[in-house]
Design a protein around this ligand. Structure first.
Ligand code: BGP
Length: 470
C-alpha cells in the first residue's frame, strides 16, 4: 500500500461558469457573450446556458460527490452572478443566496469547499469599458469583488484561490486566440500577465486586512505548471527550455511565492522593449502579498527546442520567438485531447516546489483525462468503464507519492472534474468526470473511476497492484 499523509484531500474541481448554467445571472462573462455572438465557435454549438445544471441540481450533485468519497471540492464564484454593479461591488441577492446554499450544502455533506474567485470568467462589460485585464482599474474592481466574497463566506470557506490558470487568460485572449476576444498582441499579453499578478496580490491584501488568516483561512493561486523539457542536451535547446519555463511557469509562480518576477524574464522583456508598466507602489503590493498555499493544475508537460528561425528575425514580438514546441517521437498521448501523458512530471513539479519554492504547502488542484464518446465504454449495467482514467490517475498518484515521500509538502489530489462539465469552446466533446452527465436529460451516473476513487479515499492509500488492487 502506498499511504498518503493524514487528512489528505481526495477531491475534484469544477468552476462556476462550467457547471452552474447561466440561470438567473444578471451579467454575461466573456464566454457567455462569445457564445451569443459566435455559437459556431463552440463544439456542436453547445454553450454555457445549461452547463451541468448545477444551479438547479446542486443538492443532488453534491450528494453524488459525497457518494464517491470526495472530502474536498473546488468550484468558483462567478463575478457575474454575485455582483450587481461592478464599480461598487453591490450584491445580487439571488447570487448571495445561491452561493450560501452551495457552501452550506458542501459542509453539511462533510465536503470541504474550496473557492476560486476567477476562472476565465471576466464580466464582458469590464472588457468593453476598460479592456478587461489590460486595465489597472479592473484589478481594483477585482479586489472589491474578492472582499465581498470574504465578507459573505469567510466564516465557512477556509481555502481561497484568487485565480485559476491565469496563464491561460494570457495565452487564450492575447496570444493564441482560443478565448474571446482572440487578440494577438505580445506587448498587451505582457501587461495583462503583470496586471493579473497585481490583481491577485491586491485580493490577498484585502484578505489579510480582514484578518481571515487569523481565523484559520488560507489563500493562494492555482497555476497550470507545465515543466519544460528540452528536446536535447544541446546548449540551444536547454536555453529554449529555460526561457519557456520563465514565461510559462515562473512568471506567475515566482511572483506568487517569492513576491517578485524572475529577474532573467524582466531583463529579457526590457531588452525586447515589451516590459510592462508598473510603479514601485504596485511592486510593493506584490512583494508583501504572497500566497499561503499553491494549487497546481497538471495535465501535460511542455517539450521545447531551439526555434527554427532566429529570434532576431523581423517579426512582431511573441514569447515563443525563443522556443518551438517539440513533439517527442514515441510519446504517449491522450489522442482525444491532443495532450501528452507524462506522469513523472508531477514528481518533477513536487521536487521543484520543495527545492525552489520554500517547500510551500501545495496540492494537485487539477489533473485528468478528457476522453470523447465515452458511451463506447458503457457496460450492461449502464456504467462507463473508464479504466484508462483509473490508470491515468493511478500513475500520477504513484509519482506524486514518491515526491511526498521525498519531502514535498503536498496536501491533496483533485481530479478535473467531479461531474462531466462544459469545457469552454470544446463544450462537451471531451469528458473528464468521475460522474457522467447526459446533457439532454441531465441524468448523472457514477463511472467506474468514481467507485474506484472512493476506495482510494477511504483507505487514504493507493493499493499495490501486486496485492490485488481495488
Ligand atoms: C483546465 C481548466 C479547466 C478545464 C480543463 C480541461 O485548463 O482550468 O477549466 O477546462 O483545463 O481542459 P479542456 O476544457 O480544454 O478540455
Amino acid at each position: 500500500m502506498k499511504k498518503f499523509p493524514d487528512n489528505f484531500w481526495w477531491g475534484a474541481a469544477t468552476s462556476g461558469p462550467q457547471s452552474e448554467g447561466r440561470f438567473n445571472k444578471q451579467h454575461a462573462n466573456v464566454f457567455d457573450y462569445w457564445y451569443e455572438i459566435e455559437p459556431e465557435a463552440f463544439y456542436n454549438h453547445v454553450g454555457p446556458d445549461t452547463a451541468s445544471n448545477f444551479y438547479n441540481s446542486y443538492k443532488e450533485d453534491i450528494r453524488l460527490m459525497k457518494e464517491i468519497g470526495l472530502n474536498s471540492v473546488r468550484t468558483s464564484i462567478q463575478w457575474t452572478r454575485l455582483i450587481d454593479e461592478f464599480e461598487t461591488a453591490s450584491l445580487n441577492e439571488d447570487g448571495v443566496r445561491f452561493y450560501n446554499d452551495v457552501i452550506d450544502e458542501f459542509i453539511l455533506q462533510g465536503i470541504t469547499p474550496m473557492i476560486a474567485l476567477h476562472h476565465f470568467d471576466l464580466p464582458v462589460e469590464l472588457y468593453n469599458k476598460y479592456g478587461g485585464w489590460e486595465s489597472k482599474h479592473v484589478t481594483d474592481l477585482f479586489a472589491k469583488f474578492a472582499g465581498r466574497c470574504f465578507e459573505l463566506f469567510g466564516d465557512r470557506v477556509k481555502h481561497w484561490f484568487t485565480f485559476n490558470e491565469p496563464m491561460v487568460i494570457v495565452d487564450g485572449q492575447y496570444l493564441y486566440q482560443f478565448h474571446y476576444p482572440k487578440i494577438v498582441n505580445g506587448k498587451k499579453a505582457v501587461q495583462v500577465a503583470y496586471n493579473i499578478n497585481l490583481a491577485s496580490a491586491k485580493a490577498i491584501k484585502v484578505f489579510r486586512m480582514m484578518g481571515l488568516g487569523e481565523k484559520g483561512a488560507k489563500i493562494g493561486i492555482i497555476l497550470n505548471l507545465t515543466p519544460s523539457y528540452p528536446s536535447s542536451t544541446s546548449e540551444e535547446d536547454i536555453k529554449a527550455g529555460k526561457i519557456a519555463d520563465l514565461w510559462r511557469n515562473q512568471m506567475f509562480l515566482d511572483t506568487a511565492v517569492h513576491g517578485a518576477f524572475p529577474s532573467e524574464l524582466v531583463k529579457l522583456l526590457k531588452k525586447d522593449k515589451v516590459i510592462w508598466e508598473s510603479t514601485p507602489e504596485e511592486e510593493k503590493i506584490i512583494k508583501d502579498n504572497t500566497i499561503d498555499i499553491l494549487g497546481v493544475n497538471f495535465y501535460h508537460p511542455s517539450r521545447v527546442k531551439a526555434p527554427d528561425i532566429s529570434p532576431d528575425s523581423l517579426q512582431d514580438w511573441m514569447p515563443d520567438r525563443y522556443y518551438d514546441d517539440y513533439d517527442m517521437p514515441g510519446r504517449r498521448m491522450n489522442v482525444d485531447k491532443g495532450w501528452e501523458i507524462f506522469p513523472k512530471a508531477l514528481y518533477d513539479i513536487a521536487l521543484n516546489i520543495r527545492d525552489n519554492y520554500q517547500n510551500i504547502e501545495w496540492f494537485v488542484a487539477e489533473n485528468g483525462m478528457g476522453v470523447s464518446r465515452e458511451e463506447r465504454f458503457l457496460n450492461d449495467e449502464g456504467v462507463i468503464e473508464d479504466d484508462y482514467r483509473i490508470n491515468f490517475i493511478k500513475e500520477h498518484l504513484e509519482w506524486l507519492h514518491k515526491g511526498i515521500e521525498e519531502g514535498s509538502n503536498c496536501r491533496g489530489y483533485h481530479l478535473w472534474t467531479p461531474i462531466d462539465c462544459w469545457s469552454w469552446s470544446n463544450a462537451y466533446r471531451n469528458r473528464y468526470g468521475f460522474i457522467s452527465n447526459n446533457i439532454h436529460t441531465q441524468v448523472k451516473t457514477i463511472k467506474k473511476s468514481g467507485y474506484w476513487f472512493k476506495k482510494v479515499a477511504e483507505q487514504n492509500a493507493l493499493p499495490d497492484d501486486r496485492n490485488g488492487g481495488v
